[in-house]
Design a protein around this ligand. Sequence first.
Ligand code: UD1
Ligand code: UDP
Length: 387
Amino acid sequence: MKAKRKKLMFAFGTRPEAIKMAPVIEEALGAKDCFETKVVLTGQHREMLDQVLLAFKIKADYDLKIMRPNQTLSGIAERCLNSIDKVLVKERPDLVLVQGDTSTAFIIALAAFYLRIPVAHVEAGLRTHNKYNPFPEEMNRRLISQVAEIHFPPTAWAFNLLAKEGITKETIFLTGNTVIDAFLEVASRKFIFEGKNKDLVPKGKKLIVVTTHRRESFGEPMQNVCKALRRVALERPHDIQIVLPVHKNPKVREVVFAELGDIRNVKLVEPMDYVPFVHLMKHAYLILTDSGGVQEEAPSLGKPVLVVRDNTERPEAVKAGTVKLVGTKEVRVFKELSLLLDDQAAYQKMSKAVNPYGDGRASKRMIAFLKYWFGFENKKPEAFISA
Ligand code: UD1
Ligand code: UDP
């Protein structure tokens, strides 16, 4: 006899979670015979989240609207825990899916655990083994692993870390990263740079795309990175254009605008909608970032990526040679940028299109696995083969 239809609840709150959940939600909606789908937003982000919902046409069933200006970690946790409980009690889903390492993801997982509702963790197993870097994401992700029943690591490296931590292998399923599903779909859409995006892609200049937002970089480290960008931009007014969509976090905005606000060939713009941002990356000469998602997306374009962090929980592309960890010291960041701008051999060495993070089918594998897990299918699907 076929299993009874199950209720899947997708709960998330920030831009990257929405991008990485969107293809999984779409896949679940396509499996209506097996799954009823509920979407819950915590609203930890607002504008940055809403633009993703529009890009992927996601309709939410609940919006907890927890964001406050300059919010604290405890504030996010408190508002999220208080408001999700009622939704979980009312809906009683068979499985709650959370993504990644944000405070939303951890608190939703905890609230579901308190009600003995099983949790599946999308993008499980990434680690730096340094609890303060990335902060608080490293601990959020580790704590979710303790609470979750099902773990979807994106790569073999993450799979093995989970297994080494003693998590039962039958509950871990290697899928690839769903960000590649989202990215490949959006990159294949037609896009024209017009309106507010008209001048972002320069003619006859090299485009450097930059993003920065990590909590552990607030203050001096972020200032140093901006100083390096300032030096490079001022030295090469006719050769390069830097485009930096400035994250909405006030702690980011005060530093970035103060250091880079007055330079002609540095365009500081509002956080970009996902579709134009993906197409902007396609035009980049190089990318400098501290973002997790951008580190995963950019290698598939064959663009060199400089990561302004001291460590990364995504070592695969570093190993493949297309991503370089350069820290946050001004001198080093300036040197690495100059090297890629001046030395074609160094540039070509890093310009390899590799995709250790996925093949665009992670969401399909995830939903296929859940059909198997819940007894709709007898055969376990094939896992992602990761480099
Ligand atoms: C959060 C996540 C981080 C993730 C990042 C993705 C935590 C603790 N941090 O960091 O892991 O990498 O999102 O971008 O979960 N704001 C707005 N509008 C928005 C979004 C943010 O105004 O749409 C402002 C608000 O003042 C808010 C502040 O940014 O208080 C910080 O937002 P928060 O979610 O706490 O931290 P992020 O730095 O965005
Ligand atoms: N992104 C976007 N607009 C921007 C900057 C980034 O849509 O202006 C996308 C990017 O392509 C990636 C995701 O946002 O998919 C990464 O989010 P973020 O850097 O905020 O968080 P992280 O991945 O570091 O958690």
